[in-house]
Design a protein around this ligand. Structure first.
Ligand SMILES: [Zn+2]
Length: 249
């Protein structure tokens, strides 16, 4: 009897660990967004979920890509609760939950790197428009988010996408071509590839820091310059508007 009770306790602990693990929470959030995107219908919108892509030795993991005649929607999902604070420029955003603060990578910057990655794959199709979107899926409340990029809630995502469907930039044929092209860069979702991707992110972080300290844009390699905007002074890329990289002074 005691043996059975111990077994049940062990199983309960293991299950609760899995459910609370960042991977599990992340995947649940992605599934919710994938569900929302299904409502767009697959005639006009081609939805690609959970992509692991490789191009020129770089690996990118993109939660959702929606290819349509109106352009490409690049969606990063975040499954969080609590209050969320963040802006375009900082490397990290803040989650405040039960009075304690935690930081996480700036999802807007993270998502821009996905856009640049896709632009690299589709380099000879300069007419394509890109719409980066960060969608929060948990019970998180977006408290103070200062960014030019759309940061939204999962529930609004469907309408947010439709609101941006104004100008046609691709034919139906090209939409299919682009989808196939993106998929052709897909690599197997193995532990090894994921590990390599994570390793690459940490290497990139170090490399980016070195570049930033030398006032070189970590995104495109051009010079960084001092600028002022509605939210105060900041450092931006001299390659603007082509490159939208910014950071705090
Ligand atoms: Zn730049």
């Amino acid at each position: 009897m005691a043996y059975i009770v111990i077994m049940i306790i062990i199983i309960a602990i293991v299950v609760s660990r899995i459910v609370k693990s960042p991977n599990f929470i992340g995947e649940r959030g992605e599934a919710k967004v994938a569900n929302q995107l299904m409502h767009l219908g697959n005639k006009k919108f081609k939805v690609l979920n959970n992509l692991l892509l490789e191009h020129n030795g770089n690996i990118s993991q993109i939660d959702h890509v929606v290819v349509s005649v109106f352009g490409i929607f690049v969606i990063e999902t975040k499954n969080y609760s609590g209050w969320i604070f963040g802006d375009d420029k900082s490397e990290y955003w803040t989650q405040v939950i039960y009075g304690s603060k935690r930081r996480f990578r700036n999802p807007v910057k993270q998502n821009w790197s996905h856009v640049y990655f896709l632009q690299g794959i589709l380099a000879n199709r300069k007419h394509i428009k890109y719409f980066p979107i960060v969608a929060f899926t948990g019970s998180a409340e977006l408290k103070s988010i200062k960014t030019d990029c759309l940061v939204t809630y999962k529930e609004l995502l469907y309408q947010n996408v439709l609101d941006r469907c104004n100008d046609i930039c691709m034919s139906d044929n090209e939409v299919n071509e682009v989808c196939e092209l993106i998929k052709s860069y897909g690599i197997e979702d193995t532990k090894q590839n994921r590990h390599f991707h994570i390793q690459q992110i940490s290497n990139n972080v170090i490399e980016r820091e070195i570049k930033k300290q030398s006032m070189i844009c970590p995104q495109c390699g051009m010079k960084l310059v001092h600028r002022s905007g509605p939210y105060g002074d900041f450092i931006g890329c001299s390659g603007f508007p082509k490159c939208k990289y910014t950071m705090k002074q």
